[in-house]
Design a binder for this molecule. Sequence first.
Ligand code: FAD
Ligand code: SIN
Length: 530
Amino acid sequence: MKEYDFVVIGSGIAGLSFALKAAKHGSAAVITKRKAAETNTAWAQGGIACVTSDEDSFELHVRDTLQAGAGLCDEAVVRTIVTEGPERIRELAELGVRFDEREISGLRELDLGKEGGHSKRRVLHVRDATGKEIEDALLRKLGRRSNVHLLENHMAVDLITAAKLGFASEDRCLGIYVLDEESGDVETIRSDRIVLATGGCGKVYLYTTNPDIATGDGVAMAWRAGVEIANMEFIQFHPTCLFHPQAKSFLISEAVRGEGGILRNDRGEDFMKRYDPRGSLAPRDIVARAIDAEIKRSGAKCVFLDITHRSPEFVRERFPHIYQTCLRFGIDMSKQAIPVVPAAHYQCGGINTDVNGVTSLPGLYAIGEVGCTGLHGANRLASNSLLEGLVVAHRAAAATLRTRPARKQKITLPEWQSGNVQDVDELVVIYHNWDEIRRLMWDYVGIVRTDKRLQRASARLRNLQREIREFYWNFKVSVDLLELRNLAAVAALIVDSALCRKESCGLHYTLDYPNPDDRQFRRDTLLSRN
Ligand code: FAD
Ligand code: SIN
């Protein structure tokens, strides 16, 4: 059995930042289910929101975050994350991340981007591929640390807890089962500090900006271990995902609208002005709902993002990645408007934590997108999540040192039991269920909801979960089966949370209760299996 002082699941901004800090104090393993760079982080385009300019202030960043969060942010958490941002950004720069600069009157200063809901330019970026630069810098640094063991193609299956082993009086996290994808064996790994940094759950929806790794594994594992889950009804839909039959999950950054891009409907109208005075740069929930309404009203398949009024040189230099990708699909964004549709993008809820990533289960931490600290409330302000990943990872590393449990007699961790092992010969059932979940979530639990559709989704999901459970116990586990099981669990959590909230608030918009309700307003939705 392997044993480490720290076990981190996930190799995005949160997991790697944590591992680099924790490894100064002991041995660490970073477990990641594909190649290390296959993360949401590496796909981030717009950048990191952080106060760095004299024209900006912490107060303004706090105010914008609270406004986007629609009354559900935890203000103390917002203040902590916003004010600790600059120090964490300095550390990234020391690792070699070179944020774009521009020259003004002979002086060089950071080139700050603007995105929806921000009252100031405050988004640090590396052209339109900020996340890749950060991921590469963190991985380079990790490669130089000899006491961090990077286990690629290893998928965390489930947490091992004292309660699961029958020690119910004093529950804590003791370790984790991990599938080695090459050998097919499930290993038992012991650690007093397990850190979930598994990212979000975009793949639960048919259309998403997220890469394939985003199957909600962390939330599903925590849920099965009896940990508290918060606010899963708040799924953020990004308004502008490229609409093209061959393009899978390609985001057109909000920074394009920040640089003047205008959303137009099939008649060429700047329709956003009818929905919000801020026009195309209104917060995401408003823009996504407006696009949904325009598409439903007109029967068109998409709307268009038009930045052709900026010079072709500017467009190519500021957005080289987006420009080249669109060009590959036959769209020259400097000459023609880009066809776009909304797609699932970010999970604002997650494992309930404080600002240090501490969960309701001793020994278990959750950081980055998988956690719900209270920063985002009912709707995340653009480019606040990379910032949260950095700050909370830093604070969690300190917290794990403060809260190390006194050494007690070690509980023997049981080896993984596969039961009556057979290979899955009914792959078609897995793929069918996978598709069914993603489509039903898109159709019934999307941007605009109703109780009736949510109840339909709930009933279907219970049946699917029963079928998947049967598979899980009868067949040898595989990545596909484990991801399907997690997707189904997370889909059910989203639906259950949405059914609890009988009001419209932030990203949760329901036709049955179109307004915020004073009796519910400002209350988190907390679910726990216990
Ligand atoms: P991730 O970076 O998603 O990493 C998750 C890791 O966990 C991966 O390594 C994955 O393989 C691993 N993992 C998952 N499950 C398991 C398992 N069972 N076992 C082992 N490993 C597992 N935010 C911003 O602030 N600014 C932006 O400009 C921005 N742009 C974005 C653009 C796109 C296209 C997308 C999809 C998101 C964007 N976001 C942006 C959101 C932001 O990128 C993510 O919220 C953030 O990167 C999440 O970081 P993370 O470390 O929590 O998780
Ligand atoms: C984008 O570049 O539009 C994504 C920013 C974010 O999700 O924070």
